[in-house]
Write a protein that binds this ligand. Structure first.
Ligand code: IPE
Ligand code: IPE
Ligand code: MG
Length: 243
C-alpha cells in the first residue's frame, strides 16, 4: 500500500462518527433492580440523555438521534405512558428556554398526530427556535416513531404530492422524518437486547451496530468513548472491497 494511502486510512480510522443513534433501553429494569417504579427509570434515563447529548456535542459530532418512544410503546400501562410523556414535556420546556444558549438544535421525529395538543405546540415552538440555529449540533428525539410507520407515511406523502410518479431511493429519503439528517454511522443499543425494534429501518442500511448490556440510566461518557473507539476500528466497505 502506498504511504499516502496508509496515512489516509489512518486518518479515516480516527474519524469521529458524525451521527450516533441510540436505542435507549433498560430504564424499566434499572428501576426494578432498585425496587423503584418504572417511571423512576425513565426519569433517570432522561438525565442520561441530557448528559450524553452534551458530551456528543462537546466531542464535535453533528447529530445524536435517540429512540424515546416507539409506535409500539403505547401497549404499556397508561401510567407508564403518562410518565414518559410528562418527562418529554419537561424536556421540551427546558429546551425552549436553553436551546439557544446551549446551541443544541432539538428535532422531534415520528408521527406527532396522536400526541396531545400541548405537546404538539411545544414541539412547534422548539422547531421555531431550531430554525434560528442552522449548523448547530442536532439532537433528534424519536417520539411515537416506528421505522415502518415512517416509510409508509413518507411514501403516502410522496404519492399525494406526485400522483403517478415512481418512487426512487432518493425521493423516498427526501420525504422521511430524517430527510435532512445523514444516515447514522453508528447505532448503539443499551440494555442487552440484540434487536432493532423498528428503529431507523431505512437509515440503518450501512450503520455499524453496537450492543451493550449497560442499562441506559447507567450509560456514561466513558461508554461513548469506548463506542467511538470501537467504531474507529470497524472496516466500513459499503459493499465494495478494500483497496
Ligand atoms: C427504554 O427502556 C425506554 C422506552 C422504551 C420508553 P424500557 O422501559 O424498555 O426498559 P426495559 O427494557 O423494560 O428495562
Ligand atoms: C425500544 O425498546 C424502544 C425504545 C427504546 C424507545 P423496547 O423496550 O420498546 O423494545 P423491545 O420491546 O424490547 O423490542
Ligand atoms: Mg425495553
Amino acid at each position: 500500500m502506498a504511504e499516502q494511502d496508509k496515512t489516509e486510512l489512518a486518518g479515516a480510522a480516527q474519524k469521529l462518527p458524525r451521527h450516533i443513534a441510540i436505542i435507549m433501553d433498560g430504564n424499566g429494569r434499572w428501576a426494578q433492580q432498585r425496587g423503584l417504579p418504572r417511571s423512576a427509570g425513565h426519569a433517570a434515563g432522561a438525565e442520561t440523555f441530557r448528559r450524553i447529548a452534551t458530551y456528543c456535542k462537546e466531542l464535535g459530532m453533528d447529530h445524536l438521534t435517540v429512540y424515546a418512544f416507539s409506535t409500539e410503546n403505547w401497549k404499556r400501562s397508561a401510567e407508564e405512558v403518562g410518565a414518559i410523556m410528562g418527562l418529554l414535556k419537561k424536556y421540551l420546556l427546558e429546551s425552549i428556554e436553553k436551546m439557544e444558549r446551549d446551541r443544541i438544535r432539538l428535532k422531534i421525529l415520528g408521527d406527532l398526530t396522536p400526541l396531545s395538543p400541548e405537546l404538539r405546540e411545544l414541539i412547534a415552538a422548539t422547531d421555531e427556535i431550531a430554525r434560528r440555529l442552522p449548523g448547530c449540533f442536532q439532537a433528534n428525539v424519536c417520539l411515537n416513531y416506528g421505522g415502518r410507520d415512517e416509510i409508509v407515511r413518507g411514501a403516502n406523502a410522496f404519492f399525494r404530492e406526485h400522483p403517478g410518479e415512481e418512487l426512487t431511493e432518493e425521493k423516498l429519503s427526501a420525504v422521511l422524518d430524517t430527510a435532512s439528517i445523514p444516515d447514522p454511522d453508528l447505532i448503539i443499543r443499551t440494555g442487552g437486547e440484540y434487536r432493532i425494534s423498528n428503529f431507523l429501518l431505512w437509515e440503518c442500511a450501512y450503520s455499524e451496530l453496537l450492543f451493550t448490556d449497560v442499562l441506559w440510566p447507567d450509560f456514561s461518557e466513558k461508554d461513548i468513548d469506548s463506542a467511538v473507539s470501537d467504531f474507529q476500528h470497524r472496516d466500513r466497505r459499503f459493499g465494495g472491497v478494500k483497496k
